[in-house]
Ligand binder design. Structure first.
Ligand SMILES: Cc1cc2nc3c(=O)[nH]c(=O)nc-3n(C[C@H](O)[C@H](O)[C@H](O)COP(=O)(O)O)c2cc1C
Length: 187
């Protein structure tokens, strides 16, 4: 199985990185896993030319967003992690998604078709908001919703969502249990 882990945090030793790395350590024994840190990559933002529609490659000069698009296409399981910034995913993570819309959906006028049916995803988000306020749409529930919106547009099945409150300062054993439970099916 090919697995793509996308780390949307700028913090190398932050909460997102910590829990995604736990998953990576378990999964790499059994699968072909790529760990993609968006803040270490070089990519330009989408310029909105729409030349990629309905199903072409981005026309910008080759950069790491082209690599991201290829990895998404080739992977069976996507694990997307992001801290909550202003009730959403981080801007750089979103930029990578914006650069590859046709990888997710074929859009031609009124014809919109998901392109990634059959793939699965695990979504891991975290925020500073304490329990239960992280469930507010203006906090990390907004991050979950924004990421899942894109994945579902591609027809990807959401296997599990992990939403960590309070800057990860809660019970670490409980969080780890949720993380391991999310990947149990794949190890
Ligand atoms: C620019 C910015 C915006 C943020 N916005 C929110 C927010 O809307 N809600 C929230 O609960 N925390 C917010 N935070 C806090 C982060 O989500 C929190 O520190 C998170 O645990 C960092 O995750 P990481 O260690 O994986 O990078 C924000 C932090 C930054 C830097």
């Amino acid at each position: 199985m090919r697995i793509l882990i996308v780390d949307g945090s700028p913090r190398k030793n932050g909460i997102t990185n910590h829990y995604l790395s736990l998953m990576h350590d378990q999964l790499k024994t059994f699968h072909d896993v790529v760990y993609f840190r968006v803040y270490e990559k070089k990519a330009r933002p989408c310029i909105g030319c729409l030349k990629c529609r309905p199903n072409k490659e981005c026309v910008l000069p080759r950069d790491d967003a082209h690599e991201f698009a290829q990895l998404v296409k080739e992977s069976d399981l996507l694990i997307i992690g992001s801290p909550t910034y202003w009730g959403n995913m981080t801007s750089v993570l979103r930029m990578f998604f914006e650069r590859c819309v046709p990888v997710f959906e074929y859009i031609d006028g009124m014809r919109i078709r998901p392109q990634l049916t059959g793939k699965k995803a695990i979504v891991l988000v975290n925020s500073a908001a304490p329990f239960p306020f992280h469930y507010l749409p203006s906090q990390s529930a907004g991050t979950v919703s924004a990421i899942c919106h894109i994945l579902k547009a591609g027809g990807i099945q959401i296997h599990r969502v992990i939403n960590i409150p309070n800057g990860g300062k809660g019970n670490k054993a409980t969080i780890e249990k949720k993380v391991f439970s999310a990947i149990k099916k794949f190890v």
